[in-house]
Unconditional design. Structure first.
Length: 297
């Protein structure tokens, strides 16, 4: 019988500890909770598994793979997120390497001097850790551990000891709660404050922070910016919180492009059909061009 339950009763931290101590091999699936209308023995509403939120793979008690639903987890995305590939390089490599496994692609990238073997290993480790730290903060959701489920063979597996992951994850949980309190609504937008040139002068930002800055526009919600940059909710909160505390961005209500009286959810096309909402793109206004110049100093 597979191990299963709900994170509200058995936390992700406890699950990781169990995997570590019992040296388990298999895959942990975490799902969205769907209310059943029934009560359990603790008088809490029973939740049936809905859509998959995440999966975490273990081998002999070590963490070897972790992915969140809706996020690209292939090698190109991992290296791009780590700043080892810029957007243009990632786009070209993805087009030219269609159908190639991550292992085959890694050999080609190393041979072409795009990255080193160490770059790949460190980037995969960090991507896996960021994913696990994200789900360690979840407080609810049905889970199931399946010993027969195998990892994605197209991906490169880098084993990680769980002891330090558990300790670091527990430390981050407290900080993540502060972030959620500070930025509770990801459907708000960002804008630059007055005199951005003076505020950005001498500032050294991470690759992820610069990517977020390039999308700052009152028309783009924080959630849209996160999706455009393949970032989780906690990751975008950390970046936005840092930018906000440094006085580099302000959180504001998003501007909409619809004219008064137009239906929400998109523009109306011929025949009364509703078009798709415009995807967020890097702002092209004067402020963004200013930021680009600052980056090149």
């Amino acid at each position: 019988m597979p191990l299963q339950g709900n994170l509200r009763d058995f936390t992700a931290t406890q699950l990781l500890n169990l995997m570590n101590l019992s040296r388990r091999t298999g895959t942990l699936f975490i799902h969205e909770g769907v209310p059943t209308g029934e009560k359990d023995a603790m008088d809490k509403e029973k939740m049936a598994p809905g859509e998959e939120r995440a999966r975490v793979v273990f081998k002999d008690g070590k963490l070897v793979q972790a992915t969140l639903a809706g996020q690209k987890g292939d090698l190109v995305a991992v290296l791009g997120k780590a700043g080892k590939l810029n957007d243009q390089q990632a786009r070209i490599i993805r087009e030219r390497a269609k159908g190639a496994s991550d292992k085959a692609l890694a050999m080609r990238l190393i041979g072409a001097n795009y990255v080193t073997q160490k770059d790949i290993v460190v980037s995969i480790q960090q991507y896996t850790l960021d994913t696990v730290y994200e789900l360690m903060s979840w407080r609810e959701g049905p889970f199931r551990f399946d010993e027969s489920a195998q990892p994605d063979k197209a991906r490169i597996l880098v084993p990680i000891d769980l002891e330090n992951v558990i300790v670091e994850g527990a430390r981050r949980i407290e900080n993540d709660e502060i972030l959620r309190d500070s930025i509770p609504n990801l459907d708000m937008a960002l804008k630059f404050p007055e005199n951005p040139k003076e505020k950005f002068k001498g500032i050294h930002l991470s690759v992820e922070a610069w990517r977020v800055v390039s999308y700052v526009n009152p028309k783009n919600t924080i959630r849209q910016i996160a999706k455009a940059n393949n970032m989780s909710e906690l990751e975008i909160r950390r970046v936005v919180y840092g930018l906000q505390q440094a006085g580099l961005v302000d959180i504001v209500k998003p501007l909409t492009e619809e004219k008064p009286g137009a239906p929400t959810g998109g523009k109306t096309g011929k025949g009364g059909k509703t078009g798709k909402p415009r995807q967020p793109g890097p702002s092209k206004d004067v402020v963004t061009r200013l930021i680009d110049r600052i980056k090149s100093i």
